[in-house]
Write a protein that binds this ligand. Structure first.
Ligand code: HSE
Length: 308
């Protein structure tokens, strides 16, 4: 059994418009790299993350540390691990930075321990890591980062995750304005009440999106990408959100909404050519702002954390 393992942990888009806290998908090409090694100290040791000195190295406060500890507690093991994280996803981006670290950590540790858990079982531990970052339990980034593809969280108690393979020509474009929005704060501004009228529209869209994904009906996927509950409350956090969304839809996107708790905004597209046109529209729309931003064009990935 090896003593050290390197993994790639992908970014992810959660909520996917209508599915606040219950839907997410993994993206290709954007993600963190981690090296996890066994140590003899019976302790989890997290190395300072280059470029992100404010990220905690205390394993009780670091998402990777908490996720690993949850796995070790379940296994009743006191094995120690050294964890190095190379962060390519900025924290507070809305594309699953903390979930990537938590998922990468548990997949790596599981590998080093001879894979006592299935990927599906690992989601629970990754989710516990996520909890320290957002102050709340949600698996809509942790599940797709661990498993890949689309994930529907049917229930949390007990955790019931349904993995859905993405339609083969489904692409995603994400714009990441380089401002930080803390998930905890972005959650705190949401009203705890939802009107029956809005709830009815929302669950219609969730069901429509599921049906569209299973039947590769791109038009239905697009039609269902509406969020009547969270997007209207959170869009004030994202500069020029309405203008950006309008340009993206005019450029042919299937749909567009906030990625996770923002500030990233994602659009879905059928095929790479369409995704490239949308990326250009995003670029043109956002160039007018004073903000720095990054744009990612990626296939919706069916792969979760990869052991390198
Ligand atoms: N579903 C969570 C939220 C994801 O929107 O707050 C956070 O990344």
């Amino acid at each position: 059994m090896s003593e050290s393992v390197k993994v790639f942990a992908p970014g992810s888009v959660s909520n996917v418009g209508c599915g606040f806290d219950i839907l997410g998908f993994a993206i290709d090409g954007v993600g963190d790299e981690m090296v996890v090694s066994k140590n003899d100290k019976k302790k989890i040791v997290i190395a300072p993350v280059n470029g992100y000195e404010n990220l905690p190295t205390d394993p009780k406060k670091n998402v990777a540390g908490v996720a690993i500890q949850a796995l070790l507690d379940d296994l009743k093991s006191n094995q120690g691990f050294d964890v190095e994280i190379v962060k390519n996803i900025k924290p507070g981006s809305g594309i699953g930075s903390s979930a990537a670290s938590a998922a990468g950590a548990v997949v790596a540790v599981n590998e080093l321990l001879g894979n006592p858990y299935s990927r599906m079982e690992l989601v629970d531990f990754a989710m516990k890591g996520e909890e320290v970052a957002s102050g709340d339990v949600h698996a809509d980034n942790a599940a797709p980062a661990t498993l890949g593809g689309f994930c529907l969280i049917r229930g949390y108690n007990p955790l019931d995750v349904i993995h859905i393979q993405p339609p083969k020509d489904l692409w995603c474009v994400v714009i990441h304005p380089q401002i930080e929005i803390k998930t905890k704060e972005s959650r705190e501004l949401l009203s705890p009440e939802v009107s029956m009228k809005k709830a009815i529209r929302q669950w219609g869209n969730v069901a429509g999106l599921m049906s569209g994904l299973y039947t590769s009906n791109y038009e239905l996927i697009g039609r269902s990408l509406e969020d009547h509950i969270v997007e209207p409350q959170r869009k004030v956090l994202i500069p020029e959100f309405d203008e950006l969304k309008l340009s993206v839809m005019e450029a042919g996107a299937l749909g567009c909404s906030i990625s996770g708790s923002g500030p990233s905004v994602f659009a879905l597209a059928e095929g790479k050519d369409s995704a490239d046109v949308i990326a250009t529209a995003m670029d043109t729309a956002y160039r007018k702002t004073e903000l720095d931003y990054k744009i990612y064009v990626s296939k919706v990935s069916d792969g979760g954390v990869r052991v390198l």
